[in-house]
Ligand binder design. Structure first.
Ligand code: DAH
Length: 341
């Protein structure tokens, strides 16, 4: 029995010395010390020994057991360390590899201009309104003094949803004038930016979808002088102090009188150049005094209240502002173009 114990000890310690992985160590623990293990099997035979031999063998067996336990503990620790080393090596990060650079986006040039314009009007006490792009013909035309039969209502120019031409994609932001007057109490000072739609082919100056900003002021005693003063202030803030404007008579169904406002060419200062096509002026927006019929249609007494309105094309304003020659660049979202602004 003594030699059996010695053999087990030698074998076990040898094997443990070579166990590389934690699972190898565990297998050896089961092999020697487990319930059906080799040492356990010998200890079970202790009963067969004589009374003199039993304590001697017992002591030896305990000593062998202790040694194997200790060897298992240190083999397990070493194996665990080796496993950890291996894992660390496999998962190692090379912190010297150059990083993948992230490109951070920025505001689209058109929204830069929109935000500038919004800021200017907010500074003058205007409220910003948002409204539906799918609109009633009633709001887009009729209530804007554009009755059925008016050429602007032709199917060839407008995207209609219904056979009876009652629902459409708004062709202008002007219906927001009606919605503002019907929704909010007077006095009113609002701008309403947003998308508008017309059946136009895409080219350097046209797109079936584009943006406008509508402006509306209604109060007692409002005159054309207020319109000119306000728009002049906006133009100077947008294009620099001293920038001149010019108001020309025009016609819109929903304003009377109506006008178009030109801005002195930023490129040549009014002398005439390629940018302004020799004119010295560039057309910027349509405006006018709100037609009394439009006010009355919204339940506003036109003998007490008056107002002015304007509509400005946002893309054209942005193109001019950044000296961009083709409208399509605004919508194509090519980052090589967009990152220039
Ligand atoms: N809605 C007009 C257009 O799309 C622009 C316009 C002109 C708006 C005069 C106005 C205005 O508010 O008073 O051509």
């Amino acid at each position: 029995m003594k030699s059996m114990l010695e053999n087990i000890r030698r074998e076990a310690l040898d094997a443990l010395g070579q166990a590389a992985l934690p699972e190898n160590v565990e297998a050896l623990r089961v092999k020697y010390l487990g319930k059906k293990g080799e040492l356990t099997a010998i200890l079970k035979q202790m009963g067969k020994l004589s009374a003199e031999e039993r304590p001697v063998m017992g002591q030896l067996a305990n000593k062998v057991r202790g040694e194997i336990e200790q060897a298992i503990a240190s083999a397990a620790a070493a194996a665990e360390e080796r496993r950890l080393d291996l894992q660390l090596k496999q998962e190692a990060l090379d912190v010297t590899v150059p990083g993948r650079s992230m490109t951070i986006g920025h505001k689209h040039p058109m929204y830069t201009v929109l935000d500038e314009i919004k800021d200017i009007f907010i500074g003058m006490g205007f409220r910003i309104l948002d409204g539906p792009e799918i609109e009633l013909a009633e709001y887009n035309f009729t209530k804007l003094n554009t009755d059925e039969g008016h050429p602007a209502r032709e199917w060839s120019d407008t995207f209609y949803f219904t056979e009876d031409s009652s629902i459409l994609l708004r062709t202008q932001t002007s219906p927001m004038q009606i919605r503002a007057m019907e929704t909010y109490p007077l006095p009113l000072r609002v701008i309403a930016p947003g998308r508008v739609y017309r059946k136009d082919e895409v080219d350097a100056t046209h797109s079936p979808m584009f943006h406008q900003i509508e402006g509306l002021v209604v109060d007692k005693g409002i005159t054309m002088g207020d319109l000119k003063g306000t728009l002049n202030t906006v133009v100077e803030k947008l294009y620099g102090a001293g920038t001149k404007t010019r108001f020309r008579p025009h016609h819109f169904p929903f304003t009377e009188p109506s006008c178009e406002m030109d801005v002195q060419c930023h490129e040549c200062g009014g002398v005439g150049c390629r940018v302004c096509k020799g004119e010295g002026w560039i057309e910027m927006l349509g405006a006018g005094m709100v037609h009394p019929k439009v006010l009355e249609g919204c339940g506003i007494d036109s003998s007490v209240y008056s107002g002015w309105a304007f509509g400005i094309g946002l893309e054209r304003t942005a193109l001019r502002r950044f000296n961009i020659s083709d409208l399509r660049l605004i919508f194509e979202n090519d980052v090589r173009f967009l990152t220039q602004f």
